[in-house]
Every structure is written in structure tokens, then in C-alpha cells.
Design a protein around this ligand. Structure first.
Ligand code: PLP
Length: 394
């Protein structure tokens, strides 16, 4: 008999599986190239060649006992130092290896920090639309996810509502920039305003409110857009990073947390997070991948590839009447549904072999998400199908 906590997760998983099965079914009937599956955020751009070379070199050159062995739960010190140095070079920060904790991707990083910080009943605030797993992650530690409603004009965070929703029980606020599912990047101005609200509320309640910045898409920014480094604006910031998208390594499960010295009770938080890594069952981030990261710290996937897709899909969709904000980063387009009920739009799209995710899955009904981490040819082939779909909508 499964636990009560797992039951809603199992029910939700059935919906995801149904979409996955629909894709497989349509591909079997119409052929791979006639189904336009924009539902999954799985990078299709290969990892840069430096990654393969680093794996080969490490296996040839380094001691296998070290390469495949346990290490400190926080990760190899030289890898953490390489990451701190790289951040300092790029963002003019002052981190050292003691601020960097290696994690099993961003998902594990978020779980580790929530396990470290939350007592049962603590509130964690996030902004709709949001990555649906946040609810499960907060629930894992008996916290309560509090959702701020979306500002659909800009998809920047609704700060007035944030201020209203902060209570003495608020332990953390999660932001995600560049953003899944809208592709917006939080501006410096937004971050300064957000920081001012958190400072004010900390004083008012005599509490500590942590800002958790979930940043798996940091490197995917277009048109020269700047992604401000959040620790510069608010002392109690923890950054969760991942190489899943920046190096196209989602299956390798590698990322890190930044726990700055300026953070309230920083030393204890870092030590507790190392222990949380151990007792949550990860023990440590994958050893070979940590060593690869240290050697590939300046490598990147081909962001131009995603950019070409972004322009082709955005232009194609807006030309036939669909409405969406042009994404500044990540690899998603968040499109307004022509009908109030976006499930109807998704059903209609399926008839044209177009698969997309309803906005309700991100607590933002009335919209749909298209992941453009697909081949450019898929986008080109899909545009006539979108034009046919538009004829049925407008
Ligand atoms: N956070 C957001 C906003 C995401 O979109 C994802 C994955 O798609 C994750 C976290 C988890 O990423 P990872 O593969 O690094 O665990």
C-alpha cells in the first residue's frame, strides 16, 4: 500500500505518461517526422566535444580509485574551487570552494537545501507559472508551497502580491531565471525590488527569509541578454545550478549549490547541506562528472542552435495569429491559448500532430508551453500544421 503523500504524485504522473504515450502512438501511425512533439524539455543539442575529451583524458590520466571513489559529501575540493574561480571571473563575486556544494543536478540541489532549511509547516513562496516539481520538493520536507499569481502582462514576478503573502512562517522564496516555462529573465530592477521586500519583511518579523535562485538555464540567454547574479542583490541568497542544460548532460545528474559567506548562519547551513546530501541518499554528486566539469568549466552547448529555433518558432506562430512574449532565455515558448480552456487548444493541436503542455501544469491556465529544444527541421515542418491549427482557432 503506497503512502498518502505519494498518491497525488502517482495520479499526476499518469497525465504526463498519457502525453508521452500519445506522442509514441502518433509517431507509430504517422511517422517520426510528421509528429511535432514540443512537450519535453530534454536538450537535443549534443554536449560540447570538450566533455567527451575530458572523460577520455580523465580515464587515461587519473587514478581510477580516486575517479570512481567516494569523496567529501560536498564534492572534490579542486572541482569546487574551479567552479568558485569561474563564477568570480564571470560575475565579479568572491566565492571560494567552501561556498560550493556539488549536487545531483538542480533537482537534488533544491531538495538538499529545502531539507536543510525547512521545519514542518514552514512556507515557501514561488511565482506562477512555476516548475511543477517545486510542490513535491517542498512537500518532501512537510513545507507548504505558497503560490503568487502570475503577472501575465510581463511574466515578471508579481511583487505586490509577494509582499502580501509573506508571513512569519515564510522560510524561503524560490525564483527561476531564465524561466521555465516563459523564457523571461528577471531584470536587475526586479531583483532589487524583490530584495528590498525581503529585507523589509525580515526586519518586520525578525525572521530570516532565504531566496533560492533555481538557475539551470543561466547560460541560455539570447540577444546579449544579461542574467544578473542574484547573490549580489540579497545576502540570504542560495543559488542552485545545473549542467543539465548548459552542457546538455541531464542524464548525468550534475550541478551545485552556492551557499555564500554572507548568508545567515552560513557555516551551519553549508555543513547541514553536506549532511543532507548524504542522508537523502545521494551521498555525493557523481565523481567522474565532477572531474569532467572542472575540465570543461568554460565550455558551452551551441546556444545559437536554440536561438535559431526560438526565432523560427516565435515568428512562425505570431505570423499566424498566436500571441506570446518572445523568450529572452531558456528554451520554451509560453503561448496564450485562443480559448479560455487551454485543454481544448491542446486537444485541437493533437489533431494536427502538435504536442504541447497545458499551462495548468505550471499553475497558469489559459496558456500552453512549447519546448523548442527540438531539431530545426521539426520546427520548419510544424509551421504548416500551426497555420492549419490557427484557421480552426481564429
Ligand atoms: N528547475 C527547473 C526550472 C527545471 O526546468 C528543471 C528541469 O527541467 C530543473 C529544475 C531540474 O533540472 P536538473 O536536471 O538539473 O535536475
Amino acid at each position: 500500500m503506497i503512502s498518502e503523500k505519494m498518491k497525488p504524485l502517482v495520479a499526476n504522473n499518469s497525465a504526463i505518461r498519457a502525453m508521452f504515450e500519445e506522442g509514441a502512438k502518433q509517431k507509430a501511425i504517422y511517422g517520426e517526422d510528421q509528429v511535432f512533439d514540443f512537450s519535453l524539455g530534454n536538450p537535443n543539442v549534443p554536449a560540447p566535444k570538450e566533455v567527451k575529451q575530458a572523460i577520455i583524458d580523465i580515464l587515461n590520466e587519473e587514478d581510477p580509485v580516486v575517479v570512481h571513489g567516494y569523496m567529501n559529501n560536498a564534492g572534490f575540493p579542486e572541482v569546487r574551487k574551479a567552479i568558485a574561480d569561474s563564477l568570480n571571473r564571470r560575475f565579479d563575486t568572491h566565492f571560494h570552494e567552501g561556498n560550493i556544494l556539488m549536487t545531483v543536478g538542480a533537482a537534488s540541489g533544491l531538495n538538499v537545501i529545502l531539507k536543510t532549511l525547512l521545519n514542518p509547516g514552514d512556507e515557501v513562496i514561488t511565482f506562477a507559472p512555476y516548475f511543477v516539481e517545486y510542490g513535491a520538493y517542498v512537500g518532501n520536507y512537510d513545507g507548504k508551497l505558497v503560490v503568487v499569481s502570475p503577472d501575465t502582462a510581463t511574466f515578471q514576478p508579481n511583487l505586490a502580491e509577494l509582499e502580501e503573502k509573506i508571513t512569519p512562517k515564510t522560510k524561503a522564496v524560490i525564483i527561476n531565471t531564465p524561466h521555465n516555462p516563459t523564457g523571461v529573465i528577471y531584470s536587475e530592477e526586479t531583483l532589487k525590488k524583490l530584495a528590498a521586500i525581503l529585507e523589509k519583511k525580515q526586519k518586520e518579523y525578525g525572521s530570516v527569509i532565504f531566496l533560492i535562485s533555481d538557475e539551470p538555464y543561466r547560460e541560455l540567454a539570447y540577444d546579449g541578454a544579461v542574467v544578473p547574479y542574484v547573490t549580489k542583490y540579497y545576502a540570504n541568497t542560495i543559488v542552485g545550478y545545473s549542467f543539465s542544460k548548459s552542457l546538455s548532460l541531464p542524464g548525468e545528474r550534475i550541478g551545485y549549490l552556492v551557499i555564500p559567506d554572507e548568508l545567515d548562519d552560513a557555516e551551519n547551513v553549508f555543513q547541514a547541506a553536506s549532511i543532507a546530501t548524504r542522508v537523502s541518499g545521494s551521498v555525493n554528486a557523481p565523481s567522474l562528472m565532477q572531474l569532467v566539469i572542472a575540465r570543461c568549466i568554460d565550455a558551452s552547448v551551441d546556444v545559437e542552435y536554440y536561438d535559431r529555433n526560438r526565432n523560427a518558432l516565435y515568428n512562425g506562430l505570431t505570423e499566424c495569429g498566436f500571441v506570446c512574449t518572445k523568450p529572452q532565455g531558456a528554451f520554451y515558448l509560453f503561448v496564450k491559448s485562443p480559448f479560455p480552456d487551454e485543454a481544448k487548444f491542446c486537444e485541437l493541436a493533437k489533431k494536427h500532430h502538435i504536442l504541447m503542455v497545458p499551462g495548468s501544469s505550471f499553475a497558469c491556465p489559459g496558456y500552453v508551453r512549447l519546448a523548442y529544444c527540438v531539431s530545426y527541421e521539426t520546427i520548419e515542418r510544424s509551421l504548416p500544421a500551426f497555420r492549419e491549427l490557427a484557421k480552426e482557432c481564429f
